[in-house]
Ligand binder design. Structure first.
Ligand code: FES
Length: 389
């Protein structure tokens, strides 16, 4: 089928799905009881909304599972309220105090959405070179510890109105976590898509969830798993880096969406490989959790932080984001995605110059004009004055 024809079919499918959704919604609204609540507190939907979107969740580490010596899974339960529900592919943002620093970091939820209904989240943390927060978690979190997380968020989720019925998921290292969640959800009948998982690691020993992925692929014809090794040449594995050739070899005929999650190197490689597939942008989505570091010559600067009229001066480095400088100084700025996407950390750059890597500037045009920045993806290039909150 030509690309043009495939796209027309895709648009037609979108229209049919939208009409179905609107009809179903109208039927639901028409059949609802015509009773208005007398007090906001009495309105059940508000209670459901509060449990689905809590401001923050107090969690307890219930158990810890080691994945060789490179990663650990943490199973978290709620201290009191029910856990907020999530869709496979979403992440939790944790608020941590490390020494005098106050930091937020996001980790994809590895468990299936059904697990939240049973009161449990699973996250998996892998050790990375000089990983400020990941190393702290791996070395310090213990069973019984209490941790704070915000409600699940993120868009690396299957949406039948937007996505093709097959997801080609490209995972690198611990970037497997949103896709093990999706595979579990498909196997449990909670997601209606098919999954072709291309999972890249350096060696077979670094593959996380190996036995579970193999069983899920055996049990469900909707799940296919291909392992790709970059530093090892062994039978039964693809060799090299995941690029257009490997995607074409395993992707289904016809439409498919591409989801990717992994380290920075994976995205750089995909940046030059994916255009070879000629896919529309709407069929490609990345989840990027920045470590806040830039491998570059390091220069020291200062940032004058204005917080509700109070001024303080902190140290900053050209190799770390402005948000990292805030965190190290113990200055709390709301932050979730660390990718420039959510806008939670939006601040005003009063003076100075910052560097924003290509593709990471997701500000609105008005914000660019009036010099607002997302500190999570800006690196100082001079002394700065920044107004937060
Ligand atoms: S934390 Fe989301 S834009 Fe900065």
């Amino acid at each position: 089928m030509s690309r043009k024809k495939a796209s027309v079919n895709g648009n037609f499918k979108d229209i049919v799905n939208t009409v179905k959704f609107l009809t179903e919604r109208k039927r639901f609204i028409d059949s609802a009881a015509p009773v208005l609540p007398t007090r906001t507190d009495d309105f059940g939907v508000n209670k459901v909304a509060r449990s689905l979107h809590p401001k923050e969740q107090k969690l307890v580490i219930d158990r810890i599972e080691e994945h060789s010596d490179i990663a650990k899974s943490y199973y978290l339960r709620s201290e009191a309220a029910p856990l907020a529900c999530f869709k496979a592919g979403q992440y939790l943002t944790f608020r941590l105090e490390i020494g005098s620093a106050v930091v937020t970091r996001s980790y994809s939820i590895a468990s299936s959405p059904a697990s939240a209904l049973n009161g449990e989240y699973q996250i998996t943390v892998k050790r990375i070179a000089n990983g400020f927060v990941s190393d702290h978690i791996l070395d310090n979190w213990a069973v019984g510890d209490k941790v704070t997380a915000y409600a699940p968020e993120g868009n690396l989720t299957y949406n039948p109105l937007r996505d093709a019925e097959t997801i080609v998921a490209i995972a690198g290292g611990s970037g497997i976590t949103p896709f093990i969640s999706l595979a579990r959800a498909i196997a449990q009948g909670d997601e209606n898509c098919s999954l072709t998982l291309l999972y890249g690691c350096r060696t077979p020993e670094e593959i996380l969830f190996r036995s579970e992925l193999d069983s899920l692929a055996c049990e469900s014809e909707k799940i296919k798993v291909v392992y790709v090794l970059s530093h090892s040449d062994e039978e039964g594995y693809e060799k090299g880096f995941i690029g257009a050739d490997i995607i074409k070899k395993y992707a289904p005929e016809g439409d498919y969406s591409i989801f990717a999650c992994g380290p920075e190197g994976l995205y750089k490689h995909l940046g030059s490989e994916l255009p070879k597939l000629g896919k529309e942008k709407k069929f490609i989505r990345f989840e990027v959790f920045s470590s806040g570091k830039k491998a570059d010559e390091q220069k020291d600067f200062s940032i004058t932080v204005i917080d509700r009229g109070n001024e303080s001066v902190i140290k900053a480095s050209s190799s770390e984001t402005v948000l990292c400088a805030f965190e190290r100084a113990g200055i709390e700025v709301p932050a979730r995605c660390h990718t420039g996407e959510c806008g939670f950390c939006r601040s005003k750059l009063v003076s100075g110059k910052v560097f924003i890597p290509e593709g990471e500037d997701k500000r609105r045009i008005a914000d660019m004009q009036f010099n607002f920045i997302h500190p999570c993806c800006c690196y100082p290039e001079s002394d700065l004055v920044v107004r937060i909150n």
